[in-house]
Design a binder for this molecule. Structure first.
Ligand code: 5GP
Ligand code: ZN
Length: 142
């Protein structure tokens, strides 16, 4: 059945990609934009829109492959470190709505990948106990 999803079309072979790993459940291929050399996307073959609605079993399979790809980036590409990242929903920068994990090898401080966690300028106005309790009450314990 034709699909609008770019990554489903890579999975079903309609759109080509440079695959680095594939099994029954998971595929990994090079990101078309090589932020750093070896930047790889890892995703479940089944379609789930994003990290937040992907079932645990699929998530675990994807993370397991992401870990092995990170290890390969260190071993064969001689990366000095690895960042893993999943953008969930548009506000977080997600552009392809099929859950995927970026595995980004890092080589030096001034490569093309940058993620900055800026200091909160009004930290004293935050109520950390209230925030923590709010989040705690929203966590699905199943
Ligand atoms: P997101 O922005 O959703 O976290 O990541 C989507 C990623 O898919 C981007 O890093 C983008 O470069 C990559 N991408 C977009 N189109 C293609 C494509 O046709 N082939 C491959 N291999 N990657 C793509
Ligand atoms: Zn898809």
């Amino acid at each position: 059945m034709p699909t609008q999803c770019l990554f489903c079309n890579i999975i079903n072979g309609t759109i080509p990609a440079h695959k680095v790993y594939e099994d029954n459940d998971v595929i990994a291929f090079l990101d078309i934009n090589q932020t750093t050399n070896g930047h790889t996307l890892v995703l479940p073959k089944s379609h789930f829109d994003h990290f937040l609605n992907t079932p645990k079993a699929q998530m675990n399979l994807v993370m397991n492959v992401a870990q092995r790809i990170g290890q390969a980036q260190i071993q064969v590409l001689h990366a000095k470190g690895v960042n893993i990242l999943s953008n969930a929903l548009q506000a977080a920068g997600q552009t392809v709505l099929h859950f995927h994990v970026h595995v980004i090898p890092r080589y030096e401080a001034n490569d093309r990948f940058k993620i900055e966690m800026l200091k909160h300028d009004q930290h004293n106005l935050l109520n950390l106990p209230v925030l923590a309790n709010q989040l705690k009450s929203g966590i699905n314990l199943k």
